[in-house]
Ligand binder design. Structure first.
Ligand SMILES: C[S@@+](CC[C@H](N)C(=O)[O-])C[C@H]1O[C@@H](n2cnc3c(N)ncnc32)[C@H](O)[C@@H]1O
Length: 199
């Protein structure tokens, strides 16, 4: 049919569909980026009973420096400082969580010099080598991406305890289940960094 013969309302509707399809297509990368970011920022705090078990597995003492990568409201490092008098470093990229962590620290009565709450990317921690204990409650993709730093940057003897997810290529020392009264137990994985094998 010649274009002129197509009724005006049909032509308008086609133009509208064309614009919608175009906008939809150019938005796809932005939507993917948005979903990825949303997933990375998922915040689910670790339950107190699970935190206590993480400390037990890592054998935390007052001499430790506990790093929580993706620390949320900082509850793990604040509790470590409160319970053992050890140092804690929490790294979190969501400013809302950081503000919550600072309020929690202020309310906790813990010596502020023991707890360092940092706004930043957990993959870019300049002094990760200071850690003697690392705690993690993050998604599998995060665990896989962090694995090379765990292998190369941590001192031998450093304990790493992760809640629910594991490193794909590091053999764990311990695995325990913690019953928190939910539909399933919570899983904890523990690794101890070993001396690099001499070649
Ligand atoms: C499941 S929550 C756990 C919070 C806390 N560690 C706990 O166990 O209660 C994971 C946290 O990691 C943070 N996160 C994820 N990727 C991150 C990154 N690359 N750098 C810093 N924080 C990150 C999220 O914003 C979220 O607050």
């Amino acid at each position: 049919m010649p274009v002129d013969a197509v009724p005006q309302d049909v032509r308008s509707r086609r133009r509208l569909y064309g614009v919608l399809i175009f906008v939809g297509l150019i938005s796809i990368p932005w939507i993917i980026q948005f979903i990825v970011q949303l997933r990375r920022e998922i915040y689910v705090p670790t339950e107190d009973a699970v935190i206590a078990k993480m400390f037990e597995l890592a054998k935390v003492t007052k001499d430790d420096v506990v790093f929580d990568l993706g620390c949320g409201d900082g509850r793990i490092i604040i509790e470590a400082a409160k319970k053992f008098g050890c140092q804690g470093v929490g790294v979190e990229f969501n400013p809302t969580r950081i503000a919550e962590a600072r309020v929690l620290l202020a309310k906790s009565g813990v010596n502020k010099d023991l707890v360092d709450i940092r706004l930043g990317d957990a993959f870019k921690v300049p002094d990760l080598e200071r850690a003697t204990v690392v705690t993690l409650y993050v998604l599998p993709a995060f665990m896989a991406e962090l694995e090379p730093q765990i292998k190369t940057r941590l001192k031998p003897g450093t304990r790493v305890v992760a809640h629910d997810y594991w490193f794909p290529n590091i053999e764990r020392d311990q695995f325990v289940e913690v019953d928190v009264g939910g539909p399933r137990p919570k899983y904890l994985y523990m690794w101890t960094v070993r001396e690099a094998k001499k070649k």
